[in-house]
Unconditional design. Sequence first.
Length: 234
Amino acid sequence: MTPLLTVRDVAKSFTMHLRDGVVLPVVADVAFEVQAGECVVLGGPSGAGKSSLLKMVYGNYGVDAGSIVLLHHGAPVDLATASPRTVIGLRRDTIGYVSQFLRTVPRVSTLDVVAEPLVSRGVDRAAAQRRAEALLARLNLPEPLWTLPPATFSGGEQQRVNIARGFITEHPVLLLDEPTASLDATNRAVVVAMIGEKKRAGVALLGIFHDEEVRAEVADRIVDVTGFAARRAA
């Protein structure tokens, strides 16, 4: 079976230009695969490079070496060398991302924030909003908030909007950066169930979960980033 995501020999460092060009290594020789219907969790302590690696897989950070190959419309595409236009296409059709932080346009309603990924893919706005309503209700976000911009919501409320926006599409690959960090037990259970549904639908998930109970429930495999960090320091 061809993996939906393949990371091979990836290395990353940051150059501190304001600190006399000091180079800070992040990871080296990272290699793993994620199959359809599998949730792979990045493990390791804070500072090991988990979030940086997730940002590389989404194309927010470039890589110094190696390849990040996604199966895009049935053909392999290396995100590490893809053009900006190709990256936009990958994000539209192949790879979704639930980050820790909600970034929205001011004065846009929560309903439109959540529905936008479907609308941008050509789904009728009314149908996209109905799907958004169902997700927001499932995540227990009070209906009076749906017509309001989410910028002034609490951290937990914003995170539920973020999750709904990330889960609304049918991207074959989905990245999850601490999706349950700001949630209470009830909504953590909802997200765990939603992750299970994505897995059964054949989605390949790559995530970071510091909550040990959640990690134990969702992870099929754990990739320990510490090992890659240790090799860079050798």
